[in-house]
Design a protein around this ligand. Structure first.
Ligand SMILES: [Zn+2]
Length: 496
């Protein structure tokens, strides 16, 4: 078919029958049971009416239930729920296979199906918008796109499809919601140029059909359930062959393992390439299970342990662990400067136990480091405590004091349910000061917490659950602010 001929089909695609429109509506991912004021319900799945007593009337708005007519799971929508404007509820993208009954042309019309509710209307609307058309003839494929025009209606301009035009590039259909799509009406494939494409078996795409036209023997692989293998390894397949294993370039045994799902085609090629000396198929499959594509980890282990990759593979297979588990063990041991030339350390008899021991050591070291850090912080804090004495303040029924320890800051944060705990370290280092506001009548009860910057500015004051200060506390803060201004200007004068 020439392009000119293909062009003549542009506006002559077989029509959608009422039955197919129904099939399209059914592809919507959600079904609804619309319940009117008088209790009459309408199911969008089977398009049947149900009367009170025929469905579960205890169902609430937006809850799911079953349609007693078609058994579908449906979401209940009550009439009293008034939508504002137009509300889109769900969408689906669908390609419909069509034939003309005269030629072997396969026509595909792609639709976006949209279900939406309008304000003050009980029944939903389902719109079918055609977005793309395809024509497949023997060894050829054409794509058509819509032509749009702006039409004025009641003073508003709307975009409407006025016809279709042949596109220069073949490609996947484009949907306004950028989602995938499914196909319906597979029986229409019969008698067309794509009758034997096995597209119904692999739920493939438009691109697959085009691919199939160029490599018809892909069908043999599809029938083995190997579409995934084909899709990503097109260049590795010998298209001159017709028998599946010869097409893939593997033995019948390997083919059997691939078909059984014991190993992927690409996985097989990769592991075989990485370990050419392993000739036993079961062993290759096992190696693939434990190593996968982690050849980078394998390589770094090889260097760290100064050993060869076959030895590592043999070891992890024997221990029945994944390469990442082994690598984890090696990493911990390395952090302790372990001597990997010692085979007991490099390849422990029981890796799981050795890993647990190493992990326990690592945790103990972490705790020790934390304790050291805390001790250092406590020491810094004690030096600062004397300097901070001057920030303490008392007026009326309240007083302001510094925390005794960083732990006290953490406890304050927990008791008042705010995040002051996160400031403990900066307080200990003197980057800022956390001060506690207390009532003299309840000196030990956390009340408000305050952050004072290193230059004496009040940054924030927070009570329980981050509540802002009340009137009395506001007054206290005012007095404290004046006090801070005075001591910090004295300080500046001294240093100046
Ligand atoms: Zn129903």
């Amino acid at each position: 078919m020439t392009r000119k001929e293909a062009e003549s089909y542009t506006d002559n695609f077989p029509p959608l029958t009422a039955e197919l429109e129904r099939v399209l509506r059914k592809t919507l991912p959600m079904k609804y049971l619309i319940i009117d004021n008088d209790g009459t319900a309408y199911c969008t799945a089977c398009e049947e009416k149900l009367y009170p007593g025929e469905y579960d009337s205890s169902v609430k708005h937006r809850q799911t239930t079953f349609c007693t007519s078609c058994d579908e799971t449906v979401t209940a929508i009550y009439n009293y729920h008034s939508f504002r404007g137009s509300v889109v509820e769900c969408k689906s993208n669908v390609g419909v296979f069509l034939s003309d009954g005269k030629t072997d042309n396969l026509y595909i019309r792609f639709y976006m199906v949209t279900l939406f509710f309008n304000a003050r209307e009980i029944t939903p609307h389902i719109a079918l918008n055609e977005v793309q058309r395809y024509l497949f003839t023997a060894n050829q494929a054409f794509r058509y796109g819509p032509k749009y025009a702006w039409e004025s209606k009641n003073g508003y301009y709307t975009k409407v499809v006025t016809g279709w035009g042949l596109r220069t590039k073949f490609g996947e259909p484009v949907f306004p919601n950028y989602s995938g799509y499914s196909f319906v009406n597979f029986p229409a494939l019969k008698g067309t140029a794509c009758a034997h494409s096995a597209i119904s078996e692999n739920f493939g795409s438009i691109s697959y059909l085009k691919f199939w036209q160029a490599h018809k023997n892909v069908e043999a692989l599809i029938k083995c359930g190997l579409y995934g293998s084909v899709k990503y390894n097109e260049d590795m397949i010998d298209w001159a062959e017709t028998e599946p294993h010869k097409m893939l370039g593997v033995t019948k045994d390997v083919m059997r393992a691939i078909r059984k799902g014991q190993i992927g085609y690409r996985d097989y090629l990769r592991i075989k390439e990485e370990f050419p000396k392993i000739t036993n198929l079961d062993r290759l499959i096992e190696t693939n299970k434990h190593i996968g594509y982690s050849f980078g980890i394998l390589d770094s282990l090889k260097k760290k342990l100064k050993t060869d990759k076959y030895e590592i593979a043999k070891y992890i297979l024997k221990q029945n662990v994944n390469i990442s588990d082994y690598s984890d063990y090696v990493r911990i041991m390395q952090s302790f400067n372990a001597d990997f030339s010692d085979r007991q350390i490099c390849f422990p008899k029981n890796l799981k136990a050795a890993h647990d021991r190493a992990e326990a050591m690592r945790q103990a070291r972490e705790l020790e480091e934390k304790a050291k850090k805390n001790a250092k912080l406590a020491e810094q804090l004690n030096t600062l405590k004397l300097k901070r004495k001057i920030l303490e303040f008392s007026i009326g029924a309240y007083f302001i004091r510094q925390p005794d320890s960083t732990d006290e800051i953490v406890v304050e944060g927990q008791k008042l349910s705010h995040c002051v705990g996160g400031y403990a370290e900066r307080h200990a280092k003197g980057a800022l000061s956390i001060m506690f506001i207390r009532k003299k009548s309840e000196p030990d009860k956390p009340y408000y917490t305050m952050e004072v910057s290193a230059d004496g500015k009040i940054v924030q004051v927070r009570g329980k659950r981050n509540i802002a200060p009340n009137k009395e506390v506001e007054d206290l803060i005012k007095g404290y602010k004046a006090y801070l201004e005075k001591i910090f200007s004295d300080k500046r004068r001294k240093t100046a």
